[in-house]
Write a protein that binds this ligand. Structure first.
Ligand code: SAM
Ligand code: ZN
Ligand code: ZN
Length: 289
């Protein structure tokens, strides 16, 4: 048995660099009944950082689990939001050439940035920040009490763009339908108010999404959420550092107002584990998409 395990171990070691993530996941599932030596090789390989974006982001998005043996999360990765054909047609009607109004200084969001934030989409323009995509070495990591979370391997400066919160773009009706069943809930709603009414941008990265879907809630977040239009009237949900953030500090956003149980019925409230001194106690819950 020892010889068999040793040769299997060598075989697996040789095969590992050539296996896809899904093959590795399958092997890991069956490895639970295998010899501890083989298990150890697989565990070491799984602990190694892999690229959650499968090459889509300019900088690989690592996944790290130093807490337990939960397998890496899987998500159909998309850099930008996706929508169904009917919504795409409505959006195509709305798209227009837009002019930028210098929202950034040295690539960072100005404290006095004009709203709405608009990028003209020209890669040579100083406004090309969200349109350029993720430039920070982001990492998805396992937290002790909040599932997976997001952090950056280097320090971030105030106003620096981190990533989008991207996923499926939903209508209000579809969001309401999905929200009734979603635990954990990834659906994010941003509202813009004008004299013409309220415009909702609703993103669901549950199945198809980007690295932003791992941003946990904090009652004292270090990221700010802004709607940014990149050569389109349809906004993107963009996350910027709201203060200087040291390397490896968890990157968090506010999901909304967490007072009074965050808007959920008493039985459906989720305790907030953000750990902030001024924690509201409950995870904000917005069912009014
Ligand atoms: C957008 S996801 C964030 C990523 C998630 N932690 C994961 O593992 O995929 C939102 C979910 O994360 C969990 N979560 C986020 N912030 C939390 C917090 N402050 N306290 C407890 N759970 C939190 C809740 O389950 C919530 O529904
Ligand atoms: Zn511009
Ligand atoms: Zn909290």
């Amino acid at each position: 048995m020892a010889i068999f395990a040793a040769s299997m171990e060598n075989l697996i070691r040789l095969a590992l660099p050539h296996l896809s993530q899904s093959a590795l996941d399958a092997l890991w599932r069956s490895a639970k009944s295998l010899h501890p030596a083989i298990r150890a090789v697989l565990l070491a390989r799984r602990a190694k950082r892999r690229d959650l974006s499968d090459g889509q982001e300019a900088i690989p998005v690592r996944v790290v689990n130093d807490v337990d043996e939960e397998p890496h999360p899987t998500v159909a990765y998309t850099k930008c939001c996706v929508c169904d054909a009917a919504m795409a047609a409505r959006i195509a009607d709305a798209v227009a050439a837009v002019a930028c109004a210098a929202p950034y200084a040295d690539g960072r969001l100005k404290a006095s940035a004009p709203h709405p934030i608009v990028e003209c989409g020209d890669a040579g323009c100083a406004c090309f920040v969200v349109g350029r995509g993720v430039r920070a070495p982001l990492e998805v990591f396992k937290t002790s009490r909040r599932g997976w979370g997001l952090r950056c391997r280097r320090a971030l400066g105030r106003g620096e763009f981190v990533c989008e919160y991207a996923g499926e773009l939903l209508s209000s009706a579809e969001a309401a339908r999905r929200q009734r069943r979603a635990v954990p809930n990834y659906i994010f709603v941003v509202r813009e108010h004008s004299r013409a009414g309220t415009w909702r941008t609703i993103i669901d990265p549950t199945h198809t999404g980007n690295v932003g879907r791992f941003a946990n809630h904090s009652c004292d977040p270090n990221l700010a959420v802004h709607l940014v239009r990149v050569a389109s009237l349809v906004p993107r949900i963009a996350l910027f550092a709201s203060r200087d953030v040291p390397a490896s500090e968890e990157l968090t956003i506010s999901y909304g107002d967490s007072g009074a149980g965050g808007g959920a019925a008493p039985g459906a409230r989720t305790p907030c584990e953000c750990g902030a001194a001024e924690c509201g106690g409950w995870l904000p819950c917005d069912l009014s998409a």
